[in-house]
Design a protein around this ligand. Structure first.
Ligand SMILES: NC(=O)c1ccc[n+]([C@@H]2O[C@H](COP(=O)([O-])OP(=O)(O)OC[C@H]3O[C@@H](n4cnc5c(N)ncnc54)[C@H](OP(=O)(O)O)[C@@H]3O)[C@@H](O)[C@H]2O)c1
Length: 326
């Protein structure tokens, strides 16, 4: 496959390179792009040194099989259409196209069928949404999902590399807020993105919209509270879900154990520091919720892997399988 990564020097871009290696993607040609700031720097793919190039209007005029974008919504909106016009399929990690009804928003294990006979831009969902919808899709098939109340505990790498630098500086003694509205070290911040008029933050709004869209339940009642915590990698979520029918935690556990890309932590839990290289959504502490029709659980995912790079590579592999691209 001929692949380009835009935003290759960032947290997600670097992980995309690792995922290409880990998933044994048959790469025939790989080109890496970023801004002028890091053009000329070197990154490695399978021990081969690759020089990062500056993204310009002409960078993507020759078609690639896939262009993986992880450079923010502004770059994606300006440059992704140039890549698709040249004939490449684009997989974008930003929020730039997620609300566009004509652009599929894909978690392959749930709605990979949307990729069939599709060429153009494909949106990768928000990180905190991907890890949550994987188990919710399984439970929805069993009991019919009606309502979700979720609180998140999101790591600083979710804000990109600057988030990590901000926490590192504060841990070393800096009193500068960095990229956050308040100090994040030894603290937590119940705001991710600007607040809308309805009181929800942009991150919360993304979780509401994207969960309804991916699960294809437009009438789903959902309320998210998203919180930034002083953890480097890994997002955690407390999820309370209500269903049309009476639930059965034992039946739910069996289905979750069998589900693709889910690790069910029986009678136990893991923490962000134990996620390692996991590309799965971890379901822990599954139990009956506030009534017979509900379930509560604790959910973990690696935001740079499952929440971004590995979901993007899985989208690419699913699309390639359906389109016969090798
Ligand atoms: N971090 C997460 O958990 C996560 C999860 C899901 C989705 N995402 C999304 O993925 C994207 C990247 O996130 P990240 O965490 O990797 O951010 P990051 O660490 O800040 O990296 C940003 C990347 O974008 C590049 N870039 C910035 N402006 C550019 C321009 N004008 N032209 C070309 N490249 C440009 C940067 O290149 P330079 O090195 O040249 O600055 C860098 O490679 C964002 O859209 C983000 O919302 C992130």
């Amino acid at each position: 496959m001929k692949i380009a990564i835009v935003g290759a020097t960032g947290e997600v871009g670097r992980m995309m390179i690792s995922c290409l290696e880990e998933f044994d993607v048959p790469v025939e040609r790989l080109e890496l792009f970023a801004s002028a700031r890091s053009a000329g720097s070197t990154l490695y793919f399978q021990d081969t040194a690759l020089v990062v190039k500056e993204l310009t209007d002409s960078s993507l005029q020759d078609p690639f099989d896939y262009v993986l974008y992880s450079a923010g919504a502004g770059v994606a909106r300006s440059f992704a259409p140039l890549a698709t016009a040249a004939g490449s399929v684009v997989i974008d990690n930003s929020s730039g196209f997620r609300q566009d009804a004509l652009i599929p928003l894909v978690v392959p294990e749930i709605n990979g069928r949307l990729l069939e006979n599709y060429r153009g831009i494909i949106s990768n969902p928000n990180c905190s949404t991907i890890q949550m919808v994987l188990p919710l899709a399984v439970l929805n098939r069993l009991f019919g999902l009606r309502k979700v109340v979720v609180s998140t505990y999101q790591s600083v790498s979710g804000s990109g590399h600057q988030g990590i630098l901000t926490l590192e500086a504060q841990r070393a003694g800096s009193g500068d807020n960095g990229i956050y509205p308040k100090l994040i070290d030894l603290n937590l911040i119940p705001q991710i993105g600007a607040f809308n008029d309805d009181g929800y933050s942009q991150e919360e709004e993304k979780m509401h919209f994207e969960t309804r869209r991916i699960l294809e339940i437009p009438e789903l009642e959902i309320s998210a509270t998203t919180v930034r915590v002083p953890v480097y990698y890994g997002h955690s979520e407390s999820i309370h879900a209500e269903f049309e029918t009476q639930t059965d935690p034992a039946l739910a556990a069996e289905a979750l154990k069998d589900a693709e890309s889910i690790v069910f932590e029986e009678n136990s839990y893991i923490t962000p520091r134990e996620l390692g290289n996991s590309n799965a959504s971890h379901v822990c502490r599954l139990r009956q919720g506030a009534n017979k029709n509900s379930l509560s659980f604790w959910n973990l995912g690696h935001n740079i892997r499952l929440g971004a790079a590995s979901n993007a590579v899985r989208i690419m592999l699913k699309h390639a399988e359906l389109a016969g691209i090798s």
